[in-house]
Design a protein around this ligand. Sequence first.
Ligand code: 1GP
Length: 250
Amino acid sequence: MKKVMEYITSCLDSGPMHMTLIDPDKQDPEEAGRITAEAERFGTGAIMVGGSTGVGLEITDRTVAEVKSQVKVPVIAFPSSAGGLSPRFDAVYFLSMMNSMKPRHITGEQAYASSIVRDFGIEPIGMGYIIVEPGMKVAEVGEADVVGRKDIRRAVGYALAAQYFGMKLVYLEAGSGAHLPVPPDMIVEVKKQLSIPLIVGGGIRDGATASAAVRSGADIVVTGTVVEKNGGLSKLSEIVRAVKKKQGGH
Ligand code: 1GP
């Protein structure tokens, strides 16, 4: 398979991407396989697998195996700790929570994870992970000093710091299940300053919100929770369509 970062870059050449996040603790592997197969049919560009509360290796491994049997798009680890890495992943978002107050989440877990990533031969994709208010569970677990919704200057500062560190991607995260997504004006300013791709996620549950994120400058929109609700798959299809609407048009 083409290297995953190269694949992402080439997809972004034709416009914004959508990625589907699967938390292995939220459904059994077969259901995860069914959801991701549909997501791929709708046009999602990659599957991310992870959760904020120390997901077990066994269930992660079975979920990744099932998802990989159903989809052709890359399956990328989105880990909260060194514990959730399966050798089946195509790549890992090797992320540093830029605004954590604890070194463990900035470089500590990463120091454990690095030799696992090397031994498994998983492609690491360096990512600056920035937690924006409300932040939800991931803010709690990662002991984040959350970026306030109006604190655009701090968001820009962390994003640019990530780029200067040589990271390949920046992720503005409002937290899974957030009642409010990352504010569009924050996306606009961060995007303006950044020359690496910008990922936005957390609390995006419909096409209009996804579309606002893309219009503000998000290169990649991530959704997770939306598929857990009744009628979630049709919402997912609406979101992917909204994200990809920009392709080719601009
Ligand atoms: C969480 O940004 C992702 O890491 C997705 O959030 O579950 O709210 O879609 P949702």
